[in-house]
Design a protein around this ligand. Structure first.
Ligand SMILES: *Cc1c(COP(=O)(O)O)cnc(C)c1O
Length: 396
């Protein structure tokens, strides 16, 4: 089928999209309306943990959709209890609130911290966040984000989110006053271009939080669920956060998110928090299928082996083309180029024939790689070869 046969103008224009309509996906591959296949290293923006249309997820959807889809969040349902148990048993958190998107989970985290400040700290409400951080697209989470230009985009902002700098403990310290209630950050700044927090910084934040009676909130919407080589990224930092948010990978492609907190922080009272679809059994049943696969024998070992392969391959490309190296954690990585050729590479890679390659350029001078955690050794090798070819073509 031709692209021109689709009336895409019925959709609201929010971003520039290539003239491709995807109709099918399997594992690391997507297929468009014309039957062309693409090797996908975007995977729904680090979402499709098990790749496209994973059999485990399809099975969970079929089974749960024949049993129960929506009793309402006013009642308990089995899958949400099962997933909450799995998440709390495998982390330092005691309780879970399910939501539908990362922004909604982060809104919940912000509300929980403000409520905790009201109850325990004289109404303290300010949450220190980081420059270039990304926490979502609602008004409060845009205000919490440090994306350039976002402070004036839908002015006025929600107040109470002073900005510090990643890996600069002094810049955080300077902002703390008696109205500060929490520090919130991504263990790896994903949208900013894959910049990990250092061990020293994260541990320093925990100490600062303890000394000043502040909560430490980790936004693991992008880094959680195995993406960085452990189930949660905070586990590699030797710190115990008070609140964590998850989305993206937790549903593996269906809308599911979670807000997790330690018992002493769970201060919501009835009426403080809710949402029509929250804890929906169809979505949480998929979440269980994804979770059980992640913790199955050998799964994370394979993620770490693939991460090593990807990192080494990107380093070799960097050396070959005189770029500035690579960075990241697990299967969330970036290649740093020496010029603003990211968008040109992304377009040329997608337009390759007979098979395209899907990549993302979070900054004009970097490329981000967020394949399915099930990506194979051969697929990483193929991606590196295709990318090398694209760079060669552009450099000619
Ligand atoms: C994607 C992302 C969000 C927003 O999640 P949505 O599901 O798009 O609302 C928040 N925080 C981080 C770190 C993200 O990567």
């Amino acid at each position: 089928m031709q692209f021109s046969q689709f009336n895409v103008n019925a959709l609201m224009e929010i971003t520039s999209r290539p003239e491709v309509v995807f109709v099918r996906g399997e594992g690391s591959w997507l297929e468009d309306q014309a039957g062309k296949r693409y090797l996908d290293f975007i995977q729904g923006w680090a979402v499709n943990t098990l790749g496209h249309c994973a059999p485990e997820m399809r099975q969970a959807i079929i089974e749960q959709s024949g049993k129960l889809m929506n009793p309402s969040p006013a009642f308990y349902n089995e899958p949400s209890i099962g997933l909450a148990e799995r998440l709390t048993k495998s982390s330092v958190f005691d309780r879970v609130f399910f939501a539908n998107s990362g922004a909604e989970a982060n809104e919940g985290a912000i509300k929980l911290a403000r409520k905790w400040g009201k109850v325990n700290k004289n109404g303290a409400y300010k949450i220190i966040t980081l420059d270039h951080g990304f926490h979502g697209r609602t008004l409060a989470t845009m205000s919490a984000s440090g994306k350039p230009g976002w402070d004036t985009m839908f002015a006025p902002q929600v107040p109470g989110f002073p900005k510090a700098d990643l890996n600069d403990l002094e810049s955080v310290k300077r902002l703390i006053d008696k109205e500060t209630v929490a520090i919130m950050l991504e263990p790896v700044q994903g949208e900013a271009g894959v910049y990990p927090a250092t061990q020293e910084f994260m541990q320093g934040l925990r100490t600062l939080a303890d000394e000043n009676q502040l909560l430490l909130i980790v936004d693991e919407v992008q880094t959680g669920m195995g993406r960085t080589g452990t189930l949660f990224a905070y586990q590699q930092y030797g710190v115990t956060p008070d609140i964590m948010t998850l989305a993206k990978g937790i549903g593996g492609g269906v809308p599911l998110a979670a807000l997790l907190a330690r018992q002493e922080v769970c201060v919501f009272t009835h009426g403080d928090q809710g949402g029509t679809y929250n804890g929906n059994p169809l979505m949480t049943a998929v979440g269980i299928a994804v979770f059980d696969k992640l913790v199955s024998p050998g799964f994370m070992e394979s993620v770490n082996a693939r991460a090593k392969q990807l990192s080494a391959g990107l380093l070799a490309l960097s050396a070959k083309w005189g770029f500035q190296g690579e960075r990241g954690m697990g299967l969330l990585r970036a290649l740093q180029m020496d010029a603003d050729i990211g968008p040109a590479i992304v377009n040329a890679a997608r337009e390759l024939t007979p098979q395209g390659l899907l990549l993302n350029a979070p900054r004009a001078s970097s490329l981000r790689f967020m394949p399915a955690l099930t990506v194979s050794e051969a697929e990483i090798k193929q991606m590196l070869e295709l990318l090398d070819g694209v760079i060669a073509q552009l450099r000619k």
